[in-house]
Design a binder for this molecule. Sequence first.
Ligand SMILES: [Zn+2]
Length: 179
Amino acid sequence: MLPWVVRRTRLPLLSLRCVDCPSESATTGAGRFRVNANGKLLHVWLLVRCVSCDRTSKLAVHERVPVRAIDPATLDGYHDNDQELVASRLLDPLIARRNRFSLDWTGAWELHTPQARLDERWPVRVEVGFDDPVPVRPERLIAQGLGFSRNEVLRRIKCDVPPRRTRSAGFTFTVMAVD
Ligand SMILES: [Zn+2]
């Protein structure tokens, strides 16, 4: 079994309409949170800015939650703009849905494949793992990883998931020998 890994190289951009200009793209930049305590209630936002006009928008991470409901280490992380926390909140599908943005992964990820001679023993099984939830089409990923044309993928690959349906979770496939 050959392991392949899909991994981000940076944080993705956000597809988010700017209220000030026609741009529909925003970035977390260096990654900053804003924390506001109102009595015993806490608001936490992730700050993003328009890539075109720099306008800052606030994405709600927590709204009016009791201070005690948030783990103290996590709260420290919000205050310190912890980069892992920025990534995990940006990639959280619930936060994306609530704030009505989607992620633009263009150019923000790469495929790691081990150096291995593929033609030694057939068939070859490949297991694709995802370190980050990058949406990919298996068919395209396989073509990229093997340097195959789409026709070769159709002819020589047996994929255990629908090859044209975008996914961001692990799967396996088998490369058959040339017949
Ligand atoms: Zn803008």
